[in-house]
Ligand binder design. Structure first.
Ligand code: 5RP
Length: 269
């Protein structure tokens, strides 16, 4: 088995072809936001479920706050350099090298490209350059397709999201993370010859909404989710994780997953 496939197997579970990735990389731009203030505890509580295929985090959190019980996959966030306090969140540059990723022992690196933003060109060139380095070492690259504030209205536009996903692959991504469009998500997947994971996005109103979103994405052909706020901001984070796992790896429908959530939470929701 080649290095690339071995590492991809740490991200996407071979038995189901799907993945449940938990993202805790938000602090790089947003600081210690609620849900990840005590990031060690958030990671430990979720890790203890044993349900997570893979994590997405920065080198800082990987180095100082990550001590999983088992050996889950890790995607190292390799782009950043912009915060909510600064002038432009889309102005990301590369913040880690592939050599560094190899030394840390992670399975994949991730970089963002902000399609349609003022920094589209820079972020796509970063993506392509990182991919060139990744190929030298057989390490997969997750292309995180963002839009930037000016294109916020296009988040649910399948044509625009399909464009971004395809552009990411053309610039070297082996897996794409992008937004779930609710309509015609199958068309996004159809034009993207690598696995598509949806971004969890801002906290949904209810956990049921979260389950419906994930189920809809899977029906549309998504290979899973990279989920942050919707899990660690939920008052039912651990039970919710079981329900999400049920959708992704046990082919549950929304009703079954919601029942599992209530069962694990010990009350109706
Ligand atoms: C933040 C990210 C997140 O990793 C990603 O969007 C998933 O988290 P959430 O479910 O909270 O959207 O790229 O920079």
């Amino acid at each position: 088995m080649q290095g690339m496939q071995r590492r991809l197997n740490k991200i996407i579970r071979k038995s189901t072809g799907r993945s449940l990735v938990i993202a805790v990389d938000h602090g790089m731009a947003l600081g210690a936001m609620s849900g990840i203030v005590n990031i060690r505890k958030t990671i430990d509580d979720l890790d203890a479920t044993g349900l997570i295929d893979c994590w997405l985090m920065t080198k800082g959190i990987y180095t100082h706050a990550f001590d999983p019980a088992g050996d889950p996959g890790v995607i190292l966030r390799a782009s950043g350099g912009a915060t909510i306090a600064g002038p432009e969140l889309t102005r990301e540059g590369l913040t880690a090298t592939v050599e560094e990723a190899m030394r840390l022992g992670v399975d994949c690196v991730a970089t963002s490209a902000f399609v349609g933003s003022d920094f589209e060109h820079e972020t796509l060139i970063n993506m392509a350059a990182l991919s060139t380095e990744c190929r030298k070492w057989d390490i997969p690259m997750l292309g995180v397709i963002g839009l930037g504030k000016t294109n916020e209205d296009k988040k649910k536009d399948p044509k625009f999201i399909a464009l971004g996903a395809r552009v990411g692959v053309e610039h070297g991504a082996d897996i794409i993370k992008t937004y779930y469009t609710e309509t015609d998500f199958d068309k996004v997947v159809a034009g993207c010859p690598v696995p598509v994971l949806i971004a969890g996005g801002p906290k949904c109103e209810t956990d049921l909404d979260t389950l419906e979103m994930i189920h809809g994405a899977l029906q549309g052909g998504a290979s899973g989710i990279v989920m942050g706020r919707n899990v660690w901001k939920s008052p039912n984070a651990v039970p919710l994780l079981s329900a999400v796992h049920g959708l992704i790896h046990e082919n549950m429908n929304v009703k079954e997953a919601h029942q599992l959530l209530e069962e694990k939470a010990g009350h109706t929701l």
